[in-house]
Design a protein around this ligand. Structure first.
Ligand SMILES: NC(=O)c1ccc[n+]([C@@H]2O[C@H](COP(=O)([O-])OP(=O)(O)OC[C@H]3O[C@@H](n4cnc5c(N)ncnc54)[C@H](OP(=O)(O)O)[C@@H]3O)[C@@H](O)[C@H]2O)c1
Length: 263
């Protein structure tokens, strides 16, 4: 990493996305924080990064449209004057369904944002890198996954299938995009309250992992910085989840605590 390097974090305005922005900024990177609807939180994230003395450019882009990845990379390149050295594919749709209630529309919605956009952002970065001003530069793409893909249960069916496809693509893309682009996966465990989950349910569920304590989101974010800066890593996935993926459950962890939640 040198002082002019940029990371693009998708869905970077709040929650884990903001942690990624902060961790990269603390490590000296400039940040392109992509967001869609969280305008206020994006401005807050930008202020936090400016307080750390780093550049932060905000880009608003809905990722649910077919050419979203192209528009996002175009805006990113035109505003920073270069390709991002690293892309953290963090933006994600997470809506509840199961195998029998899933529909084409819900499956496609999850696939577009959670699978298609991350894969095409990585491919476009590799294609543009060939014609970039410094073609010898090395780039890194981090696909943010979920411990669920290593610890299957059928809840959140469409979300899980979309993340499984992305997880299986890590090795394929690492092979296809080498040597200019490294591709890694990062699987967080339960980190934030989601949907109609109660605080009480979350407080219990977040300790269902080998270490029996809540995952520190800053540790997940620092794992992404490590992957971006460690030039030896490609085609691999790290689980930053306090060992949650080694605690099998028949249902999603939030139903393990309180079967009524989200049912
Ligand atoms: N939260 C957890 O406990 C947990 C556990 C395991 C894995 N993960 C993974 O970690 C990552 C971050 O989790 P999170 O809970 O922080 O994510 P999140 O809040 O559910 O979503 C992150 C961002 O994705 C953006 N997004 C969603 N649909 C979009 C669209 N159509 N166009 C553009 N942006 C869109 C949203 O941006 P705007 O708000 O700007 O609209 C949102 O802020 C995700 O990839 C998730 O799968 C999370």
């Amino acid at each position: 990493m040198n002082q002019s390097d940029w990371v693009l974090v998708t869905g970077g305005a709040k929650r884990l996305g903001r942690e990624f922005c902060l961790a990269f900024a603390r490590a000296g990177w400039n940040v392109v924080c992509h967001f869609n609807t969280s305008d206020t939180e994006a401005l807050e994230t930008q202020d936090m990064l400016h307080d750390l003395g780093k550049n932060c450019i905000l880009i608003k882009q809905d990722l649910s449209t077919p050419d979203a990845h192209t528009h996002l990379l175009d805006k990113c390149a035109s505003q920073t004057g270069q390709l991002p050295q690293c892309i953290v594919n963090n933006a994600s749709v997470f809506s509840i369904d199961d195998a029998t209630s899933s529909s084409a529309a819900v499956l496609q919605m999850h696939f577009q944002t959670n699978t298609v956009v991350p894969l095409l952002l990585a491919n476009s970065l590799a294609l543009r890198a060939k014609t970039a001003e410094h073609p010898a530069k090395h780039f890194c793409v981090i696909h943010v996954l979920d411990q669920k893909v290593h610890n299957l249960n059928p809840d959140y069916f469409s979300y899980t299938v979309s993340k499984l496809a992305l997880e299986r693509s890590v090795a394929l893309q690492a092979q296809a995009l080498a040597p200019s682009v490294r591709v890694c996966g990062l699987s967080p465990g339960l980190s934030y309250l989601s949907g109609d989950q109660t605080q009480d349910n979350f407080d219990q569920a977040c300790k269902i992992n080998l270490l029996q304590r809540q995952i520190q989101t800053v540790d997940i974010a620092r794992t992404a910085v490590f992957m971006a800066e460690n030039q030896a890593l490609t085609g691999c996935t790290l689980q930053a989840d306090n060992g949650q993926h080694l605690v099998p459950l028949a249902r999603d962890v939030m139903f393990g605590i309180n079967p009524q939640v989200g049912a």
